[in-house]
Write a new protein. Structure first.
Length: 97
């Protein structure tokens, strides 16, 4: 599953959701990520100054990966690969049945 992250709120929601889906408490996640439970609590509250190294350690403990994308739209390799359908022909065929 891929989740687009555009804000700290998005990241917090992904982390909290993953933690809960694993059935872990904040204390359990803190132990696995080698951070304090207080840090987890502050992060899940949306702490805007969370240290990136600790966030990456947190993501690693949750088996989540951080990917950076340029955001550019990807174009199909070939225009020929797009399939077009003549809706008028389809409707005419349906009506004639």
């Amino acid at each position: 599953m891929t989740t687009q992250i555009n804000s700290i709120r998005d990241l917090v929601a992904a982390v909290r959701g993953r933690r809960k889906s694993l059935g872990w408490t904040q204390s359990e996640l803190a132990r696995r990520a080698h951070v304090s439970r207080q840090w987890i609590s502050e992060f899940e509250a949306g702490k805007p100054t969370a240290e990136l190294g600790l966030v990456i350690r947190l993501l690693d403990a949750l088996e989540l990966r951080l990917t950076v994308d340029s955001g550019e739209q990807r174009q199909p390799a070939r225009e020929e690969s797009a399939t077009t359908v003549d809706l008028d022909a389809v409707l005419d065929d349906y009506r004639s049945r």
